[in-house]
Design a protein around this ligand. Structure first.
Ligand SMILES: Cc1cc2nc3c(=O)[nH]c(=O)nc-3n(C[C@H](O)[C@H](O)[C@H](O)COP(=O)(O)O)c2cc1C
Length: 166
């Protein structure tokens, strides 16, 4: 599966099986994390076999089996870059057969801060083998989110996903 296919297939998944991520896949994820950190000056970190990403109350009602997660972190003002790199990591994980869940609100902030030195966590992304593949959420049409004077070029159509529209 390539990154474009991953865009179609990725949906939020909050419930995971207990299947651990194999070592070779963890190595691939870590490699991608290093590339993102080096290119954008971030401090993203992958934690595996660690169930401390979200508080107990969330695990009770919303989530299950969150045992691996990326801590999205960087210097002050790097929130947008963390979002960009988070999208890259989520899609890359999807190409490796994994599922993901971005958590910007209800994560264990203190725990994340303790694991990251000298940078500010902006959220975590849970990663693992989903109990399901999730469901597509409501999306807007290309016309609702964009306009182009004249005939739009192919790169524009690709970018806003006109090929997905009815
Ligand atoms: C930056 C960001 C922060 C998010 N924070 C939370 C959160 O705190 N709790 C939660 O349950 N989901 C959170 N989500 C997941 C969204 O609810 C989910 O991505 C959204 O419903 C769209 O679904 P999709 O990812 O399947 O397209 C977050 C997503 C993003 C991109």
């Amino acid at each position: 599966m390539d990154m474009k296919q991953a865009m179609k297939e990725r949906h939020m998944v909050r419930k995971y099986t207990d299947e651990p991520i194999p070592e070779d896949i963890v190595e691939k994820l870590n490699h991608r994390v290093r590339e993102n950190n080096e290119q954008y000056g971030l401090s993203i970190k992958l934690m595996t076999n660690d169930d401390s990403a979200v508080p107990g109350v969330i695990k009770l009602i919303l989530a299950k089996g969150v045992n691996n997660f990326f801590i999205m972190a960087g210097p002050d003002g790097a929130d947008e870059l963390c979002g960009y790199c988070g999208a890259d990591l989520m899609l890359y994980a999807q190409t490796l057969g994994l599922n993901t869940w971005w958590v910007g609100g209800t994560y264990n902030r203190k725990g994340a801060q303790e694991k990251i030195e000298g940078a500010k966590p902006v959220g975590i992304i849970a990663v693992g083998y989903g109990q399901t593949q999730g469901v597509p959420h409501k999306t807007k049409t290309a016309e609702q989110v964009s306009s182009y004077d004249g005939e739009s070029p192919q790169w524009f159509k690709n970018g806003i996903g006109i090929h997905h529209q009815r």
